[in-house]
Every structure is written in structure tokens, then in C-alpha cells.
Design a protein around this ligand. Structure first.
Ligand code: ZN
Length: 305
């Protein structure tokens, strides 16, 4: 009798462990919103899709909007299936209903990634600008909020009047960590060299940055602001987890797309996306991560073997 009982316990334990491991491997459900952009969204959304799915951690759906100046009322999104929403969109206003559904999703703790020119979108939508913390272009100025920059070991804000959003010439540039304990950056090199990309500067907004992760120096001799600019950070917005990455200007094709083929960009996107969705990062620091002197590429949007 005792043997049967022990066997029963073992079987039950095995079933529970099986369920647990299957549950642990369940991919994170992610939605990419795209379809209009002043950038090559046809390339960027496919690059994001490949980066996420090749990691084995995410399953990805797309919400592709109508084309510019078409009727947006049909563009409705059910956010309820998703743990993560990635914004790769900069275009016409969404409907009031879609706006409301998005804010409800975020306020209920949904994960968000703001990617590159998504921070250009919706200059007049107050909540959206609070979700981004910083934005640029599209008429932004001192009414949008202060500039934010890193100086003397702290984040400074500057309310001087002027444009919001600019960048110098595209180039390789160094990212410097301003936090080493947050799960997104823990274990990463304190400095790493990013592939050729735009370095967004003079961004403005409510500047409600929660944890500043990496800055880049916008060299005046290259057309930049002369300041150490916040480029990768999390946003303080209720109980939401929001990851904002200003890197990743889309190239002309998936094959010629250096800013998104950069291993550093891909690893930060993956770590930020997992954190935004779950609050944790389970990914190890990969061996192909760039150093402070050498750019690293994942040209096929998957880890190098
Ligand atoms: Zn760009």
C-alpha cells in the first residue's frame, strides 16, 4: 500500500513539474503596432519581429494601421491578449476608442516598448507623452516640457525655450551605463559601441524618467547638442513597465540595416521587452555583446553561433 502511495505521489509530482516547465516556456505574447511612420516601417517591423521570435521568448502579432490619411476609425486593437506592446508607429491619430484602450492597457500594468521614432508620435496626446517621458519633432517645444540630459552624475532638466528633437550625422557612438543594477542592464558592459545610427538629442517632454540606463554623447562637432543624452531608460507611469529605446533607425532593407543589426541594440531590445512584459530578465549576457571599442552585428537577427 505504501509503495502505491509513493508511486502516486511521484506521478502527481511529475505531472505538476511538467505543467510548470510547459508554463515557464510559454512565449510572451507581444503586439507590434506599426503601419505609418516617417521611417521605413516596412523594414523595422520585420526586424523587430525576427529579433523577438528568434530569441524563442516571444510570439509576435502585428497591428498594421491604415495608410496615412485613410479612415482610422476601423483601426481597433484588442490589447487584452498581450503582455507586451511595442510601438513602431509615427503617424495619423488613432481613434478615441483605440487611445482609450491603449491607456487602459498601460494603466493596468501592461508592458510597453517605445522604439525610436515612436517618440515622435502624437505631440498633443498628454498621456502618450507621459508614457514616452521624452519626445521630439512634430512641433514640440518648451510647451512640451523640459530638455533632459546627464551632467555631473545626475539627470538635469532645462526649461529653456527651443525646439524639441534633433540629431547630428549618423555615426557609430558609445553608450555609457548610468545604472548597473536594473535587471535590463545588470551584467552588461558599462560602455559599448553602437553601430552607425542617429543619436537623438534635444528631446523634450514631461521627463518622467524612472531609471536612466544608458546615455550617449551628442558631439557638437558632429551636429549634436553637446550634451550627454538619455537614450535608453524606463518610464515612471503608475504601475506600468515602460522601456524606451531611442536607438534603431531603420535602414533601406533587412540586409542593409546596421542600427538594428547591431547586437547591442538587439540585446537591449530583448532585455527591455522581457522586463516590460514580466518584470524580470532571464537572458544571459551574450558573448557577442559589443565592447567599448568594437561594434558587433547580428545580421540575420539571431544570436551568433
Ligand atoms: Zn530615425
Amino acid at each position: 500500500m505504501e509503495t502505491i502511495y509513493k508511486r502516486f505521489i511521484l506521478i502527481v509530482t511529475a505531472i505538476v513539474m511538467g505543467f510548470l516547465s510547459a508554463w515557464a516556456k510559454e512565449p510572451i505574447k507581444a503586439l507590434v503596432i506599426t503601419g505609418q511612420n516617417n521611417h521605413n516601417w516596412e523594414v523595422s517591423h520585420l526586424a523587430i519581429l525576427q529579433i523577438l521570435e528568434n530569441s524563442g521568448l516571444f510570439s509576435v502579432n502585428m497591428a498594421i494601421s491604415p495608410e496615412k490619411e485613410q479612415d482610422m476609425s476601423s483601426f481597433r486593437i484588442d490589447f487584452s491578449p498581450y503582455q507586451l506592446v511595442i510601438i513602431d508607429y509615427n503617424g495619423d491619430k488613432w481613434s478615441e476608442e483605440t487611445n482609450r484602450c491603449f491607456i487602459d492597457y498601460v494603466k493596468n500594468g501592461g508592458g510597453v516598448v517605445i522604439y525610436h521614432a515612436a517618440n515622435n508620435a502624437f505631440p498633443d496626446w498628454k498621456e502618450y507623452n507621459e508614457i514616452c517621458a521624452l519626445g521630439g519633432w512634430e512641433g514640440r517645444d518648451e510647451h512640451s516640457g523640459p530638455y533632459a540630459y546627464w551632467e555631473n552624475n545626475c539627470l538635469k532638466k532645462d526649461t529653456t525655450a527651443g525646439i524639441g528633437g534633433s540629431h547630428g550625422e549618423q555615426r557609430e557612438y558609445l553608450l555609457t551605463a548610468r545604472n548597473t543594477e536594473h535587471p535590463i542592464v545588470k551584467g552588461l558592459p558599462k560602455q559599448w559601441l553602437h553601430a552607425k545610427d542617429e543619436l537623438y538629442d534635444r528631446m523634450r517632454g514631461p521627463a518622467n524618467i524612472d531609471t536612466l540606463l544608458f546615455t550617449g554623447f551628442a558631439d557638437e562637432t558632429k551636429g549634436g547638442s553637446g550634451r550627454e543624452e538619455p537614450l535608453i531608460f524606463t518610464v515612471d507611469y503608475g504601475k506600468a513597465r515602460i522601456f524606451h529605446i531611442m536607438l534603431g533607425h531603420a535602414g533601406e532593407s533587412l540586409e542593409n540595416n546596421p542600427a538594428m543589426q547591431c547586437t547591442g541594440f538587439q540585446v537591449l531590445l530583448l532585455r527591455g521587452a522581457e522586463w516590460a512584459a514580466t518584470g524580470k530578465v532571464t537572458q544571459e549576457v551574450p558573448a557577442d555583446f559589443p565592447s567599448s571599442t568594437k561594434v558587433s552585428y547580428r545580421k540575420s537577427y539571431r544570436p551568433n553561433r
